[in-house]
Design a protein. Structure first.
Length: 264
């Protein structure tokens, strides 16, 4: 293999895309690996956000192979980045035809593109297709929750949160996603259950910050605040309990830690 290609790949693997591109640009068209190099050049240009140049290369290659999934995928990305939504949508229609119906990741890619382009019904349709292939496909469940948020369908959001909870294991980012989804639908008890169930994944400060978010959202949801008749520090768990007692039993005043409180 051409030494320029080897050096370019080394830089590429180190994510030094500018340097990699310099080596790839030196490979001549008559090199037997030239087409292979063009694929790397496209990725470099995409990473460097030079979408117009990437698009030029992609379209020249699609003229030779109009069914190439990688090229069509990147073409859609270029059009979206360049805010050419109509072109992106037209290319997406072509992309759909060539994606295998049992390739869950490519089916999900179609769903994501439709969501970005504002066609939420099509996005949901393809997301459900991906979940038919694999009902425990975490990325698809998460994507469905985002579509449901855009649609304002809190029942679906809540269902997705429950499904994510079943498969997220100890993935901190997924756990936070479940927490935020439950917060969005106003299931504050579920938020606290998530914190308690996966509390060991976070330090005390972060756990308490999550609880404070629950307290703030619950307080805003109820349209009230807790007032004390003297200076005191109430643990966040106890403050949340006061709001829950107010919500469930109408308890609006009393004494906590020797200090009178009033919820108003």
């Amino acid at each position: 293999m051409n030494s320029k290609i080897t050096k370019g790949r080394t830089e590429f693997n180190d994510e030094n895309y500018e340097e990699a591109l310099k080596y790839f640009d030196e490979v001549r068209e008559d090199d037997e690996d030239y087409m292979y190099v063009l694929m790397f050049k496209i990725t470099c240009l995409m990473e460097l956000e030079r979408y117009d140049k990437a698009l030029f290369l992609i379209e020249s290659l699609l003229a030779e192979d109009p069914e190439d999934e990688f090229l069509l995928y990147e073409k859609i990305r270029c059009h979206i980045a360049l805010k050419e939504n109509e072109n992106a949508l037209n290319t997406l229609k072509i992309f759909e035809k060539y994606v295998s119906s049992d390739n869950k990741r490519m089916v999900l890619a179609i769903s994501k593109f439709y969501r970005i382009l504002g066609d939420l019904d099509s996005a949901l349709k393809y997301c459900n297709y991906a979940l038919e292939i694999d009902d425990a496909f975490v990325d698809a469940i998460h994507e469905k929750s985002l579509i449901a948020v855009d649609l304002g369908d809190k029942d679906v959001v809540d269902s997705c949160a429950d499904d994510l909870l079943d498969v997220c294991e100890n993935d901190g980012l997924r756990i936070i996603s479940v927490f935020l989804l439950k917060l969005y639908v106003g299931k504050f008890d579920d938020c606290l259950k998530v914190i308690n169930r996966f509390g060991d994944e976070f330090d005390d400060e972060f756990r308490n910050s999550l609880k404070f978010v629950v307290y703030s959202e619950l307080s805003e949801n109820l349209g009230v605040e807790i007032r004390l008749n003297d200076e005191a520090e109430i643990p966040i768990d106890e403050a949340i309990s006061l709001l829950k007692d107010y919500k469930e039993h109408g308890v609006s005043m009393g004494v906590i830690r020797g200090v009178e409180f009033k919820i108003m």
